[in-house]
Design a protein around this ligand. Structure first.
Ligand code: NFE
Length: 480
């Protein structure tokens, strides 16, 4: 008879918030998984009845990692209620600030959350000692680089987290030319960290890699092989991280980082082997297995409801289950790179699937792309032009603000009447990724990606941890 058991893992070390993973394990391999957000928060209920603009103050408090993203989505949702365009400077400063938030988040995730597990899996590997927390040389360098980004956010946003500089009319923090120069200087220090520590190469040379064969040849050079990315790639492939965390992925990306009312730096889309235009009408949130009142199972967020009902027997998570055209979708760096048709990551995906390795490589690669792009946006800011335009909001109406947060697509849907919030619905990226099953019993992306993960030692489920952390879950955002 085959050995079969169910094990629950919670909490997970070094992830944001409260996640429980329940696994059905047969012959030391995961047969099925359930991902649960075990904390209830209630931000959507908190917002009901408040002033229309309160979302910009309250929703950044959902999370310290992506507070700017929530603030940008809240401001964009209000802006969508008004016809006026905002100045180009507003888009550019928003993009730079959100790009920095993405890089801070990505550095934190790689060095503080993911890489220490590589060392834990092979504690005698001298190459991996650099990833030790808190003493490893790479860990220390990453925390210094991260800290240096905070003054840059101080210049751009006034403060971080929980800045109020993004408003429906643009940015209330105008930059003068000396602040732009200082920002460019700080950006050079960030680029230097990526070149000397992460890549062992220039940003430009890395960005010239277009296929997996280029990457493998690049890894042959000693300076690249001994960089943090080189050591990660070798360790990940040695451990078979290209064979776990795989699922038949569909991807969602809003493109993000718009530089005008229309037009994104990255192509938006829904990708299921081919890219389709992103149609926001196809988004629904289902609650068949969530602790919410289930009068209507799946609703578009503009009609969504958040009515907790803790007693439901068939439910196992405080996360709802977002679906796109009834299908689960992965959000995040890998999704953005695939929807954008990034040649390197698309080729790695074709060869190695939506695996732990591909997902982590996509996050590192995207950070390099963003760091490279930040200078272009900064240099396009014109200090003599406005950053803000006063916008008159209507008393009633409904709108949506969709942005790309570090972990993926983030949407805020707002309905106001007589200047007050009637309804506010939020779908953060980890709600996409860590969603529970839906009414058709379709598991969410993390649940599907955990299938077939070997669990040789149930007391040390490192493979499970690699898979879960490759999605960089933030459960505070998930359950908001
Ligand atoms: Ni709480 Fe957040 C998520 C991100 S949503 S970290 O999930 O990135 O803006």
């Amino acid at each position: 008879m085959s050995e079969r058991r169910t094990i629950s893992y919670s909490p997970f070390a070094r992830i944001e918030g409260d996640l429980r993973i329940e696994l059905d394990i047969v012959e030391q391999v995961v047969e099925s998984a359930r991902a649960a957000g075990t904390l209830y928060r209630g931000f959507e209920q908190l917002l009901r009845g408040r002033d229309a603009c309160d979302g910009m103050v309250l929703t950044p408090r959902i999370c310290g990692q992506c507070s700017l993203s929530h603030s940008a989505a809240a401001a964009a949702a209000l802006h969508s209620l008004a016809p006026e365009e905002i100045p180009p400077n507003a888009y550019l400063t928003r993009n730079v600030a959100m790009g920095i938030e993405l890089v801070i988040s990505g550095i934190t995730h790689f060095y503080m959350s993911f890489a220490p597990d590589l060392l834990a899996a092979s504690p005698d590997d001298p190459d991996l000692l650099r990833f030790g927390v808190p003493g490893g040389s790479s860990f220390r360098a990453s925390m210094i680089a991260r800290r240096k980004m905070l003054p840059l956010l101080g210049i751009l946003a006034g403060k971080w987290p929980n800045s109020l500089f993004l408003q429906p009319g643009g940015s209330t923090r105008s930059l003068d030319s000396s602040e732009i120069s200082r920002s460019l200087g700080l950006l050079l220090e960030l680029a230097d960290f990526f070149e000397s520590q992460v890549l062992g190469d220039s940003l430009g040379s890395w960005l010239a890699l277009k296929r997996e064969a280029d990457l493998l040849a690049w890894l042959d050079a000693a300076a690249h092989a001994s960089s943090d990315l080189g050591v990660f790639a070798a360790a990940a492939l040695r451990r078979g991280l290209d064979r776990i965390g795989r699922w038949q992925a569909s991807f969602i990306s809003s493109g993000g980082w718009s530089t005008a009312a229309k037009g994104h730096w990255l192509e938006p889309g829904f990708h299921d082997g081919a890219r389709h235009p992103l149609e926001l009408d196809k988004i629904e949130e289902c609650i068949a297995h969530s602790w919410f009142d289930a009068q209507d199972d799946c609703l578009h967020p503009s009609r969504g409801r958040t009515q907790p009902e803790a007693g439901r027997a068939e439910a196992y998570s405080w996360s709802k289950a977002p679906r796109y055209g009834s299908r689960p979708a992965e959000a995040g760096s890998l999704a953005r790179m695939i929807c954008d048709g990034d040649p390197l990551i698309s080729d790695v995906l074709a060869k190695r699937g939506a695996s732990v390795y591909t997902r982590m490589l996509a996050r590192l690669h995207e950070m390099v792309r963003v760091v490279h792009q930040l200078g272009h946006w900064l240099r396009r800011i014109d200090p003599d032009e406005p950053f803000y335009r006063p916008i008159e909001l209507p008393d009633s109406g409904e709108g949506a603000g969709i942005v790309e947060a570090p972990r993926g697509t983030l949407g805020h849907w707002i309905r106001i009447a007589q200047g007050k919030i009637r309804d506010y619905q939020i779908i953060p990226p980890t709600t996409w990724n860590c969603s529970p099953r839906d009414a058709a019993d379709l598991p969410g992306p993390v649940e599907q990606a955990l299938r077939d993960t070997p669990v040789a030692d149930a007391d040390k489920p490192l493979g499970v941890s690699h898979v879960v952390k490759s999605f960089d879950p933030c459960m505070y955002c998930t359950v908001h």
